[in-house]
Unconditional design. Structure first.
Length: 100
């Protein structure tokens, strides 16, 4: 996420300050890095599996008796994160490759 913020700021600096070629290349590199890290994070979470991640939670406590805290809600949340990470990584990589 931090790399994505840096890439976003670089995009804004190019737009506002009319940077030279070095600035364009730097922004392209940051964009590709941000997209690649997002996709890697999604693959790692997907490889770990939502059942493995959710089974590491302790649902025996009385606090987790509400239906929201069931294991199925955890699996849905993990799958949503993976989907968002894949969708967010694509435009970063695409925008970064357009700079080259």
């Amino acid at each position: 996420m931090i790399c994505g913020i840096v890439a976003f700021v670089c995009f804004q600096m190019i737009w506002c300050c009319r940077m030279n070629r070095c600035g364009l290349i730097t922004t392209g590199v940051f964009s590709v890095i941000a997209g690649t890290l997002s996709v890697i994070a999604a693959v790692l979470v997907l490889a770990a599996g939502s059942s493995t991640i959710c089974n590491s939670q302790n649902y025996d406590d009385d606090f987790y008796t509400e239906p929201y805290y069931e294991e199925d809600a955890c699996k849905v949340g993990i799958n949503v994160y993976v989907g968002i990470a894949f969708v967010a990584g694509g435009p970063w990589v695409g925008a970064g490759t357009l700079f080259f």
